[in-house]
Ligand binder design. Structure first.
Ligand code: 0O2
Length: 213
């Protein structure tokens, strides 16, 4: 799966309103993206510095929604996708320094019409393979002509270094013709790389703190 754009081909069948359903999540991505851009502009004006390096956005394709529903043993239908999948709309916010990651997450979740449904801190508590990132599950209001739709959005926030590691780890995993499994030796090596990368983030943060003084 790639964090690129959508296809509206519909493997879920010709359910009524599939396009509307799918577009709702696209609108939610745009909503969160705009809010992040406004926050960054404000931060830039006040601090003469932008905490965000760049933002990747992706709308889960119908194929990928179907694949996840099958994997979760759920019915393949629009109501089931609505109920069981929280990451149809996804944004990945790549920050420069660790403190920026928490600052961005805090600024976004402080907005009073955004509901924080879950917050997973894989930076303080990395996954066993070394993966680091913040995962925010949000409910976001999207305004249409005649209604307000509360839509789930998943936002991952991480540093450039964490993103570098996660992208390569994912590529390596998919390169293996072993259902995504990688050898124990490679796992150990990847984890060691994640630790080196985390140390680098700490050192860069210290340098940044010094420079700010
Ligand atoms: P795609 O195309 O990236 O979306 P969550 O419930 O989301 O807070 P959880 O339970 O870890 O956290 O969820 P999950 O389903 O394991 O992972 C969600 C997403 O996090 C993944 O999306 C990845 O983007 C990223 N991720 C999680 N763990 C890893 C990891 O070990 N390595 C890498 N490279 N990425 C990870 P998808 O569904 O894989 O695809």
């Amino acid at each position: 799966m790639k964090w690129t754009d959508q296809s509206l081909k519909n493997p879920l069948g010709e359910q009524e309103g599939f396009k509307l359903f799918h577009r709702e999540y696209d609108d939610a991505i745009q909503t969160v993206n705009t809010r992040l851009e406004i926050l960054v502009n404000d931060f830039q004006v006040r601090n003469d510095y932008s905490p965000i390096h760049h933002i990747d956005k992706r709308l889960k394709t119908p194929e990928s929604i179907e694949e996840k529903l099958v994997r979760l043993n759920c019915e393949v239908s629009v109501p089931s996708a609505r109920e069981n999948i929280r990451d149809i709309a996804g944004l990945r916010v790549i920050c420069n320094f660790i403190e920026d990651v928490y600052a961005v997450a805090d600024m976004l979740t402080s907005q009073d019409d955004i509901e924080l449904v879950s917050f997973k801190d894989y930076i303080k508590n990395p996954k066993p393979n070394g993966y680091r990132s913040l995962h925010l599950a949000l409910n976001v209001p999207v305004y249409h002509i005649d209604s307000k739709v509360i839509t789930p959005v998943e936002v991952q926030v991480r540093t450039v270094a964490m993103d570098f590691w996660a992208s390569l780890e994912r590529q390596l995993r998919y390169k293996q013709n072993n259902e995504g499994k990688i050898s124990e030796k490679t796992n150990i090596e990847l984890k060691a790389c994640a630790e080196v990368s985390a140390k680098l983030d700490e050192r860069m943060q210290k340098i940044f703190d010094e420079v700010k003084k």
